[in-house]
Design a protein around this ligand. Structure first.
Ligand SMILES: *[C@@H]1O[C@H](CO)[C@@H](O)[C@H](O)[C@H]1NC(C)=O
Ligand SMILES: *[C@@H]1O[C@H](CO)[C@@H](O)[C@H](O)[C@H]1NC(C)=O
Ligand SMILES: *[C@@H]1O[C@H](CO)[C@@H](O)[C@H](O)[C@H]1NC(C)=O
Ligand SMILES: *[C@@H]1O[C@H](CO)[C@@H](O)[C@H](O)[C@H]1NC(C)=O
Ligand SMILES: *[C@@H]1O[C@H](CO)[C@@H](O)[C@H](O)[C@H]1NC(C)=O
Ligand SMILES: *[C@@H]1O[C@H](CO)[C@@H](O)[C@H](O)[C@H]1NC(C)=O
Length: 472
């Protein structure tokens, strides 16, 4: 007992705007071209078993140890790794090897392409960041390992990218309110590149976000693990911005923030077989006012455990763009507080939005902001744009347990309503030992007339974003 079946084999169409009828499936043709996106091979090659000469023919091995790296986790190996990179990147058919069983201490570094060929980075050892924020290179305040313009590169192996984030977390204003709010580095960034593969790696204890894909096309990420403590602030797992044709597959992510977040001009994104949890902390994502287009996103087969938000779409009024064409299917949840949530930031007129922001800007009480935003930000997948329009969203076969009574929340705006929302085969139960009976209505379709919910959320959202701006 103590279970409430909220939605059992529920087929619902939310037709807030426009008509659908027989054109429904035409409308959802939008997904057509991403169905075929998939990672073809899933095997992680290991340098242990590799005989480069025989298995890789003419590949040229560039070992960081040959450049004087100590690999003891204490000696500064930055120069050795930089030199090995230069050699490998400028040599066609090369493999940059970070050997197993060793730990390389590397400072903030920018690894630049273009490289002479399709570089393979065979990462079997551990790369660790210096752990003292006070000594961090002031020229690279927001990045640790940053790879630019490296089209065709593959990162593979059983290696670990370890941000040594502990002191950064302690220095965060979210951990101790007397600390100033300053940003911390992203551990691993790949930017301005295409045809990228990342397989098998573990990202852990990042200073802030773990793995950012920025302005890339055609990216395959599989069998990666992202791991940080539940209470580490802003440690998003994988963050996509301005990227297209991305597949994330067979991966396990558990951090202090969103497992996966997607912002700004990201299209054709597929996630398959994802384990997400836990997720606690404070969200960090795109600025408002930018072009926010997130479209053609598919999540197929995911397990979410203990996150605060499940499948979440949120937009902020004040920019241009939309979230269009998102399909969640075969998702199982356990102990998720807000399993399904659409939060289209509500605002009646540009004037009133502006006023609220100004009001908060003039009295930035960070303590209050932090308290309010703390419990509302973690998600499995967080799609966020600055824009208002949300359409063509499907939820198919979503099951499991909800921590809150409102398993589904749809907060859509009056002026630019959400449209074409499809729910099919949703079965979410509440497992808290108290029988509340059936909840009516079965899904909240909120408008401005639902004062209490809107006002409460509006306040929190504005404050959350205010906090983000303070940090950037
Ligand atoms: C790495 O950072 C440490 C601490 O700031 C500094 O002493 C050292 O010179 C840096 N190494 C390189 C190669 O820049
Ligand atoms: C990448 O490299 C190409 C070739 O050198 C260059 O033309 C381009 O400007 C580079 N792009 C970036 C973003 O650095
Ligand atoms: C917060 O930081 C201040 C100043 O560094 C320190 O005195 C205080 O003990 C810290 N509080 C907690 C709870 O760590
Ligand atoms: C968002 O994407 C647009 C279009 O690609 C780009 O011009 C803009 O710089 C991006 N904004 C941010 C904050 O990255
Ligand atoms: C945001 O957009 C408004 C309206 O387009 C524009 O006036 C303002 O300058 C923009 N602000 C920033 C920071 O880009
Ligand atoms: C529903 O999703 C679960 C995974 O959460 C999967 O095991 C099951 O086969 C799916 N059912 C259908 C009918 O596709």
């Amino acid at each position: 007992m103590g279970k409430i079946v909220f939605f059992n084999v529920l087929v619902m169409l939310l037709l807030v705007h426009g008509t659908v009828g027989s054109s429904l499936y035409d409308t959802f043709d939008i997904f057509g071209e991403i169905e075929s996106l998939e990672c073809e091979d899933d095997e992680i090659e290991s340098s242990d078993s590799l005989s480069w000469a025989s298995q890789h023919g003419s590949k040229i091995l560039v070992n960081v140890d040959s450049f004087g790296a100590a690999g003891d986790g204490v000696t500064d190996d930055t120069k050795a790794v930089e030199n090995a990179w230069s050699q490998a990147c400028s040599t066609a058919k090369s493999v940059l090897l970070v050997p197993p069983g060793r730990t390389y201490l590397v400072n903030a570094t920018r690894f630049k392409g273009p490289c002479a060929g399709k570089l393979i980075v065979q990462l079997d050892g551990t790369i660790v960041a210096p752990d003292e924020p006070k000594d961090w290179d002031p020229k690279s305040p927001r990045n640790w390992l940053q790879f630019s313009n490296i089209s065709g590169a593959t990162f593979q192996g059983r290696g670990v990218i370890d941000g040594s984030g502990k002191k950064w977390w302690a220095a965060s204003c979210k951990k101790n309110k007397t600390n100033p709010c300053v940003g911390a580095p992203t551990a691993f960034t790949i930017e301005h590149s295409s045809a990228i593969k990342v397989k098998g790696l573990t990202f852990q204890n990042s200073q802030q976000m773990h793995f950012v894909i920025s302005h890339c096309d055609s990216v395959r990420i599989y069998s990666v693990v992202v791991s940080a403590p539940e209470d580490s602030p802003n440690t998003d797992g994988i963050h996509l911005t301005g990227s297209t044709n991305v597949v994330i597959q067979n991966s396990k992510i558990g951090t202090g923030d969103d497992c996966i977040s997607i912002v700004n001009a990201s299209t054709n994104i597929k996630m398959k077989n994802i384990y997400c949890g836990p997720g606690h902390g404070i969200r960090k994502s795109g600025k408002d006012n930018s072009t926010g287009i997130v479209s053609k996103v598919v999540v197929d087969t995911a397990f979410l455990k203990g996150t605060t938000n499940g499948l979440r779409i949120k937009t902020w009024q004040g920019g241009s763009g939309y979230v269009k064409g998102v399909r969640y299917q075969n998702v199982k949840m356990e102990d998720v507080a807000n399993p399904i949530i659409i939060d289209q930031f509500y605002c009646d007129s540009p004037k009133s939005c502006k006023n609220q922001v100004q009001l908060l800007s003039s009295s930035p009480d960070l303590t209050k902001i932090m308290e309010l935003s703390k419990e509302l930000s973690e998600s499995f997948l967080h799609l966020k744009t600055s824009a208002v329009e949300i359409s063509q969203i499907m939820y198919l076969n979503v099951t499991g347990s909800s921590k809150s009574a409102a398993a589904m929340k749809f907060a859509c705006s009056d002026t630019v309503p959400c449209n074409n929302i499809v729910l099919n085969n949703i079965n979410l139960q509440r497992l808290d030992g108290i029988n509340y009976g059936f909840i009516q209505p079965s899904a909240d379709c909120l408008t401005s007339s639902d004062k209490s919910y809107i006002e409460e959320n509006e306040l929190i959202d504005v404050e959350e974003d205010r906090l983000i701006h303070t940090e950037l």
